[in-house]
Design a protein around this ligand. Structure first.
Ligand code: ZN
Ligand code: ZN
Ligand code: ZN
Length: 149
């Protein structure tokens, strides 16, 4: 029990540091939303966040997600034929003028429907002469670890 409590305290401290590093004030609500993200290994929909929160104010949640997106705490993933999902930004996310630069791919499992942010060894350099690439979203479809065994 003490161990769990200790882990939880550490977790809250980590989330508080994350908020502060993004120059966001620490509120209980923000921490609990981050806690929900941390509970999942996959990206989640706003419906999932809502059901996990139980009692909440919809406008506060909407604003929180918007702020998190703008500050590079979370990113929105809009895959073809899939509900929009959200995931925590990984360490390598550079958020610049509200454009997220991630060097990972988005994998959607055709079986369970979960969407994952996955690192790849090398991100492709497209070398498009005369064109400036601001964003690149690599979508991968298949079966996730849990579904493929
Ligand atoms: Zn990001
Ligand atoms: Zn799956
Ligand atoms: Zn991602």
């Amino acid at each position: 029990m003490l161990q769990i409590l200790k882990l939880f305290c550490n977790f809250v401290a980590v989330m508080e540091d994350l908020l502060r590093s993004k120059k966001l004030s620490v509120t209980d609500f923000r921490v609990s939303v981050l806690e929900i993200f941390n509970r999942y290994s996959s990206a989640i929909t706003s419906d999932q966040i809502e059901s996990e929160l139980g009692e909440f104010d919809r406008i506060t949640l909407y604003r929180t997600l918007k702020t998190f997106k703008e500050k590079g705490v979370i990113h929105e993933i809009a895959l073809t034929d899939t509900d929009t999902v959200y995931a925590l930004c990984l360490d390598d996310c550079i958020e610049d003028e509200h454009i997220h630069h991630h060097e990972h791919v988005h994998f959607k499992c055709d079986n369970c429907g979960n969407v994952f942010c996955l690192d790849i060894p090398a991100y492709p350099d497209l070398n498009l002469k005369g064109f400036r690439v601001d964003r690149m979203d690599i979508q991968v479809f298949g079966k996730c670890e849990a579904c493929s065994c």
